[in-house]
Design a protein around this ligand. Structure first.
Ligand code: NGO
Length: 494
């Protein structure tokens, strides 16, 4: 494998030593004629490169076969490279990116960015030269679901801040943004039929700040921004627990009919919807109906974690009924691992997070055909402290250093669960202790790229020593982007 610092590592790469394609004033970006989504990948690449290089890089539909002095994006017209796979060939005269689908072209342009000098990520002019190393890459993802979760409930993050987070996902070829939209401390999405959810339930956050929420237009803007980067937003409405913000907004959701006080602490497990009350099911139908209308992707996340106030029977029948409700609105349900205690429909997905408990129920569900998203806290929780010196974050699952986030394999990490049972991996970032986007970035980098590589790269393309060297080269890239990161002592930063 050449010494290129591509993260996640591609399936195969071969250098043409001594050959370089230098971008210059005459370089063009060519896109497949008549394919809007593919043309968009070319425009997005140009937008990144123009700011730092100052080159015009005009984007136009290709007229004939690959000409010189161009970055050519081509669609193969068959399904050979899969939904997100691509091939990149760089010679002394041109770079050619081939994919079967627009998503593959977009993924390939992320590799192209990473092959250029780090300064290419700068928002303003830098000197260059802007050279791509000659060679060939063939690449496709190992898993279909490669995600990150952002908790906007414990602390609220604005549309602009979430877009910054989405930009990081895109750079590392992640394709799912799971938004944790509601919790005890805040309800972050306007629901027209229930205005007090955002108006009152969204009015605070952990520690008592002003909170905030997204209007449906703002939320749709985030979904579209992600979709343009081939990222699907999976919205989560946590239930039946983690619902204090809803209980504070609508008294009829509690069995005693009394409104709860807004909550700004960090305890978990105390709140629950009144699961047998008709008012609860009217509420959920309205909320999930409005959410489904805003959700182009198939999945709606229904939480289901850490319920301590219900019997197993109550919990199980709640989950079974709610997955049916999600289905009736045309979506598939995903929930935290606890939902494996219920009878799941074949299309419902469970998200493994807590290795301390529940493994038998998960294995039993998997034997019935349930697919899993893997987010084991000791490896993927981005809110865990790196080490004992980390000021931000929690430590209930231990410390998560870069080597922990990197050093596991999805097909062996949970006994009784193999490659085919795994839909993919996801790194959750809970925000009890994170008050700003700078805090978010410091916990996300450099661990998110580690989880991204676990989800994308074949096991035989991965090794820790190579990874930490490649990762080190991304420090200057993040600095050029104006994004902060944790200088983990495990990575040989220059
Ligand atoms: C748990 C809990 C969250 C916390 C998080 C903190 C899950 C699925 N439920 O993960 O409410 O914020 O830990 O690490």
């Amino acid at each position: 494998m050449p010494s290129w610092a591509i993260v996640p590592a591609p399936v195969s790469a071969e250098a043409a030593e001594g050959t370089w394609f230098t971008l210059g004033p005459a370089t063009r970006i060519l896109t497949p004629p008549g394919a809007a989504a593919a043309a968009a990948a070319g425009e997005q690449l140009a937008a990144v490169l123009r700011r730092s290089t100052g080159l015009p890089l005009p984007v136009s539909a290709a007229a004939a076969a690959t000409p010189g002095d161009a970055i050519s994006l081509e669609l193969t017209g068959d399904g050979r490279l899969g939904e997100e796979g691509y091939e990149l060939a760089v010679t002394g005269e041109s770079a050619t990116l081939r994919a079967s689908r627009p998503a593959g072209l977009f993924m390939g342009t992320q590799t192209l960015r990473q092959l250029l000098p780090a300064a290419v990520e700068a928002p303003t002019g830098r000197p260059g030269p802007w050279r791509l190393p000659g060679g060939r890459i063939a690449d496709r993802p190992r898993f279909a679901w490669r995600g990150a979760m952002l908790d906007v409930a414990r602390h609220f993050f604005t549309v602009a801040e979430v877009k910054r987070f989405i930009d990081l996902l895109a750079l590392y070829k992640l394709n799912v943004l799971h938004l944790h939209l509601t919790d005890d401390q805040g309800w972050r999405l306007a629901i027209h039929s229930r205005p007090r959810l955002a108006g009152h339930g969204g009015s605070t956050q952990v520690g008592g700040g002003p909170g905030g929420h997204y209007t449906q237009d703002q939320y749709a803007e985030l979904v579209a921004y992600a979709r343009d980067r081939h990222i699907t937003v999976v919205p989560e409405i946590d239930m039946p627990g983690h619902t204090n913000a809803a209980l504070a907004s609508y008294a009829e959701l509690s069995c005693d009919g009394r409104p709860r006080e807004l909550y700004t602490g960090t305890e978990v497990g105390f709140s629950s919807l009144c699961v047998d009350a008709p008012a609860t099911w009217r509420f959920l139908d309205e909320v999930l109906g409005e959410l489904a209308a805003l959700t182009p992707g198939p999945f709606i996340h229904v939480g289901g974690d850490e319920v301590q106030t219900l019997s197993d029977r109550q919990y199980g029948s709640f989950v079974e009924r709610v997955q049916e409700l999600v289905r009736s609105h045309g979506n598939r349900a995903i929930g935290w691992q606890e939902i494996a205690k219920a009878r799941l429909q074949p299309t419902t997905v469970a998200q493994w997070w807590d290795p301390r408990s529940g493994a038998d129920a998960i294995r039993a569900a998997v034997r019935q055909g349930t697919k899993l998203v893997l987010s084991p806290a000791p490896m993927t929780y981005l809110d865990m402290k790196y080490d004992r010196h980390t000021d931000l974050g929690l430590a209930w699952a231990g410390h998560v250093e870069v080597a922990d986030a990197y050093g596991w394999d999805p097909s062996t990490v949970l006994e009784g669960v193999g490659e085919d049972d795994v839909l993919g991996v996801e790194a959750p970032l809970w925000s009890e202790t994170l008050r700003s986007i700078a805090d978010v970035e410091r916990m996300t980098l450099p661990r998110l790229p580690a989880v991204a590589e676990v989800g994308w790269s074949p096991a035989d393309a991965r090794d820790w020593d190579g990874f930490r060297r490649r990762l080190a080269a991304h420090g200057p890239r993040w600095s050029a982007m104006g994004v902060g990161y944790h200088r983990s002592p495990q990575v040989p930063w220059s």
